[in-house]
Design a protein around this ligand. Structure first.
Ligand code: MEV
Length: 320
């Protein structure tokens, strides 16, 4: 039987995670180094409806090997939505395989990358020619189930090549006035975005003023960082990144390990460092200038903590 594939990649959030759920702007980077590929084929055999998910060999703090078994609840919902949208009967006889280099539960967009890769593979297999909005909507079906209330930043960034700014629900490309590198360091601890989003929802329900203050401060950091980024003032962007870590720490979203990783990155000369994504574990991002700068921060992180790291380059570019 003919197989079709679809790809997506991971993402890291620089500014605005959690606040974006309440309408604040957020800025995220695609991580093209962390690829996810879905392969789907029609089958009548015993593999129908089975998902095999592979992750790369675990690093020192990695926990994932291969997870094989039933397809996840959120991807089943996605399949249902695809069937409904296209009028095709897909689910009873599909073999789905996911090969992902995006470690799960690290705030790196693994659920959105899985969903986007799967939608693209389904689109290729069935020749449905979905447009970008339709793909986004389907990925969001899965994301709403995975996160509780998903802003859409992950669904967008896992399919883009340039940084993504989400403001008022609209994606834009921010202006970048200087080349830079971001080092992503894995704490090795799983953090559930759904749990973190739920924790804040409950806390804000008890104290709405808290929410207003958080959204206001996060918006301030993101807006100022966008101006600094457009002007190529990387040290200023870095300082805001570190301020943002403190803001998220104040909400109980950081852990001893993500705090330590951020501190070590700063000691090693990063321009700024913060937790990224849902939090309660997961990853830290550190801002650096050149490849050599990124390498020295990354080496300090691995030498001192054994953390896995990835580095991504962002080139200067106009906004639109
Ligand atoms: C998760 O990557 C980012 C959150 O803001 C949730 C969302 O925006 O859907 C925590």
């Amino acid at each position: 039987q003919r197989a079709a594939t679809g790809e997506a990649h991971g993402k890291a959030i620089l500014f605005g995670e959690h606040a974006v759920v309440y309408g604040a702007p957020a800025l995220a980077l695609p991580l093209p180094e962390l690829k996810c590929r879905a392969t789907v084929r029609r089958t009548a055999g015993p593999d129908a409806g089975v998902s095999r998910t592979r992750f790369p060999a675990p690093g020192p703090h990695g926990t994932q090997g291969e997870a094989a078994g039933g397809i996840t609840e959120e991807l089943l919902l996605l399949l249902g939505a695809f069937t409904e949208r296209t009028g095709l009967d897909t689910s009873p006889a599909l073999e789905i395989r996911l090969d992902s280099h995006v470690p799960p539960c690290r705030g790196l967009g693994s659920s959105a990358a899985n969903a986007r890769a799967l939608v693209r593979a389904l689109d290729a297999l069935f020749g449905t020619c979905l447009d970008e909005q339709e793909i986004f909507d389907l990925v969001q079906v899965s994301e709403q189930s995975a996160h509780g209330s998903a802003s859409g930043i992950d669904a967008l960034t896992t399919g883009r090549e340039r940084p993504v700014l989400l403001t008022d629900g609209q994606p834009r490309t921010p202006a970048v006035g200087a080349d830079f590198h971001v080092v992503v360091a894995d704490s090795g601890n799983s953090g559930s975005t759904k749990k973190a989003v739920g924790m804040l929802r409950d806390a804000f329900a008890r104290n709405p003023d808290h929410r207003t203050r958080f959204v206001h401060r996060s918006t301030g950091f993101t807006r100022a960082a966008l101006d600094d980024l457009a002007a190529g003032h990387l040290p200023a962007v870095g300082r805001r990144l570190t301020d943002c870590h403190q803001l998220l720490a104040g909400l109980g979203l950081t852990t001893d390990r993500t705090d330590a990783l951020a501190r070590i990155a700063l000691d090693a000369g990063a321009l700024g460092a913060k937790m990224s994504g849902g939090g309660l574990g997961g990853c830290v991002v550190a801002l650096t200038t050149t490849v050599a700068h990124a390498e020295s921060v990354s080496t300090a992180l691995t030498d001192r903590t054994g953390a896995r790291t990835w580095t991504t380059a962002v080139a200067k570019g106009a906004g639109h």
